[in-house]
Design a protein around this ligand. Structure first.
Ligand code: MG
Length: 276
């Protein structure tokens, strides 16, 4: 199953995404996930009736972030080459940090580059969403249950970072947390398996700048689930960013960044100087 979240006639909807004539279409409406409380307030418990909707190509939809997490947890330095390129040791344990949900940005949205930052970098990443509450996973799996049952699906993300503020502040809340610094999408899919290795690419203005494989993760997805849930209770819809491969670099206003993984589409966003 692949799905997107989008606006149509001033209404938020969820739709299944399927290929038609070699391009993704939103083919029919589906129920909203339990954590989208704003959707529940707007619609009550029922999905809006189908007559409001006709199938449309994804590129014509007004897409929203396909996630409404209670928290966004990110992993730093999870590819060996990226740790080295910034002059860091390969970590012995996952390095965790938060981005606030207010940093989420829709596919196609414009990342605002704050004036207080001198260097703003892209970080193309694979992300995943929790399917259910997970607390101390190591102790919480029933016999025969797979860690995959904790994951609803995968999607693309850009962990936009004010690199100079990251160094200056010592901790990363400001550098990683500006509004619009977490583009995600365009859809959520449970049809890929990053645990066996998928290729992630990031292009800037059409030029390939990052090319990595999840088979080069320092910490695997089940390792991350166990490590994170030992500290933090994860809720349905929570978003985890798994780290970026080597090749990160600074951006200029007007640049377009595209993150892609086969099966997850292309997450495309432009960058613009802050005006207000
Ligand atoms: Mg990152």
């Amino acid at each position: 199953m692949r799905y997107s979240r989008f606006r149509l006639n001033n209404t938020t909807l969820y739709g299944a995404v399927e290929d038609r004539n070699n391009e993704p279409w939103i083919t029919h409406l589906i129920d909203a996930p339990e954590e989208d409380l704003a959707f529940r307030l707007e619609h009550g418990s029922r999905t809006p009736s189908a007559p409001l909707f006709a199938p449309l190509p994804l590129r014509e939809a007004e897409l929203l972030p396909p996630v409404t997490p209670s928290k966004i947890i990110c992993v730093g330095r999870n590819y060996r080459d990226h740790a080295k390129e910034l002059g860091n040791e390969v970590p012995a344990e996952p390095l965790l940090f938060f981005k606030p949900p207010s940093s989420l940005l829709a596919p196609g949205g414009v990342v605002r580059m704050p004036r207080v930052a001198e260097r703003i970098d892209f970080e193309g990443e694979l992300a995943f969403i929790l399917a259910r509450r997970v607390h101390k996973l190591h102790a919480g799996l029933h016999p025969g249950e797979d860690w995959r049952s904790c994951i609803r699906g995968y999607l693309l993300a850009n962990d936009v970072t004010a690199r100079d503020l990251q160094k200056k502040d010592g901790q990363w809340t400001r550098a990683k947390g500006f509004d619009t610094f977490c583009p995600v999408g365009p859809w959520v899919s449970d049809e890929i398996d990053p645990h066996v290795g998928v290729t992630l690419e990031t292009r800037v203005n059409g030029e390939v700048r990052q090319h990595g494989s999840t088979s080069d993760f320092i910490f695997s997805i089940p390792h991350l689930l166990i490590y994170i849930s030992a500290v933090i209770t994860l809720e349905p819809g929570d978003l985890i960013l798994t780290g970026t491969p080597s090749g990160v670099g600074p951006l200029q206003p007007g640049d377009r960044v595209e993150v892609s993984v086969p099966g997850l589409g292309v997450l495309s966003n432009t960058f613009a100087a802050e005006v207000d």
